[in-house]
Structure formats: structure tokens, C-alpha cells
Design a protein around this ligand. Sequence first.
Ligand code: HSE
Length: 307
Amino acid sequence: MEEIKVFCPATIANVSCGFDVLGLALDSVGDEMVVRKIPEKEIRITKIIGQDLPLETEKNVSGVAGLALLEKSDYEGGFEIEIDKRIKPGSGIGSSAASSAGAVWAMNELLGRPFSKLELVQFAMEGEKLASDVAHADNVAPAIYGGFTLVRSYAPLDIVPIPTPDELFATVIHPQIEIKTSDSRKILKTTISLEKGIKQWGNLGGLVAGLFQNDYDLIGRSLEDHIVEPIRSILIPAFDDIKTNAMDAGALGCGISGSGPSIFALSQGENTAQNVAKSMEETYQTIGVPFDIHISKVNIHGVKKLG
Ligand code: HSE
């Protein structure tokens, strides 16, 4: 195979209680990318449509992730990348992760899969480091593994795939403002109280258990964030109203997607996810905030080949 076209999913990181450790992949939102082999040992970004992003390899997240893979590979050639960028940067649904994960996943396919998923996550984390100054894995891991993933440890990197209950749907609303992950990390405190820690790890354990046990009530009870949401939510228009209305419409839980400004809700069943979407839309329409909205099943495959 000389060329491959892939779908690179958007992702929801943190999922309320799992800051920097938990994430899930979406089905209906993502970028498309074509990667082809070239004889020269280099990465070339030849085309980006949809967004204004740098073509220079070292300044592009898919470029640096690809370079990290090439460095560890005995392949003599390189790759050319074309990106159809549908996820807006700074939207909070893993725009940089989609490009980083998509590029290294596609390259691995073209090379006959010499690298493990864990290694691909490590390469893709270089893209995240370029985008946000921190090599966090909670977007790239679900993009590569699919479904929900837990980053059990960063050093050494240990990713735990978590099963997805069949009826789980995500609703994501994106108010049309841009928040850079690096900026929304700067406003966070670097220490937390033991009291908040106890609440947070209780919820994280509860959420993971709920996902394993298909226990939607437990999932809902666990979707709480006592540490990051109270600080970051002030950057997001009408966050409290969106959340209250989404919960009234039947959501299991609602929180900030990644570093925002997108807000996600999880629901049991597509009908409820649609009602939640309606409540979110009405909230923003009433106060005149422009938005994009998506309803998606959890994507259990991650990056996938198209065509
Ligand atoms: N865990 C990261 C953050 C995700 O919240 O800063 C960024 O998408």
C-alpha cells in the first residue's frame, strides 16, 4: 500500500472527573487525511483545507508526530500528508490530537504495522506538546484506541482501554469562540486540597466502574468535576445554564469538553441525546451565542481507513 485515506475522530478529554487521564472518541465528528509514501526520508505537509494552519513540518502537529515515528523507524523513505481539517482548532474536541493521531496511525498502516498502539500514542503526544506545551495523552489515546481510555500512568506510559456501554451518546455544543489549551491550563491551580482529591478520585473510580458495568446511573453520578470545571467554566458563555438545561433534558452528566469552550453531555439513548441538544441550542439561541452542535455515538474504533 502506497497511500491511505483515514478518518481522524474528534475526542472529549477529561470527561469531567478525569483531568489529563480520561478521554473518549466520537463517531460523527472528525478530520480526513491522506498519507502517502515518498522516497525521501522526510515528512511533507502538502495541503490543508478547511483551516489556516502551518504547512511547515516542525510547526504542524501531524508533522512533528510523523517525525517522531520516522525517527524510531528503519523505513528509508518518508511521507506526504494532505489534511481536510474539519475540527476547528481551539474548540476543545481534540483538533490537534486528531491530526497527530491520524498521521501516525496512517503511517503505521502503510509500513505494515511495526508499532503498537501505545507507541503510536507516544509519537502523537509530540504533536500535543507542540500544540499545548504539554504532552497530554487524554485525546490522542482514545483517538488511537477508540472508545474510552484511561491514562493510568504517564511515566511509564500506561493506557487502559475501557469498554463503552452500547446506549451511550454524546452531545457536544461548541460556542464559536477559540480557547487555546495552553491558555486554559495557565489559569489552573497546581495544587488541590485533600477534600477535593477525595471527591475527584471517588468519581473517577465510579465512572470507570459504571462503564465496565453498563451502569448508567453510576456513570451519571460520577460525572462531576470538583477541580477544573469551577475555574475554567467562567471562560465559557452561559456554561451553568447549558448544564442545568441539559440535566433537565435528561443528560446523565454534563461538563467541559477538554479545555473548552465546547461543552459535552452524555446520555443514555439517542432520543435523550437529541433532547439534550435541543435544550443546549435553545439556551444559546436565547442569548444569541453562535454555535456548532454534534450528537455522536462513542466511536469504539478510533482512527479508521476510509474507502
Ligand atoms: N486534559 C487536557 C486539558 C485536554 O484539559 O488541558 C486538552 O484537550
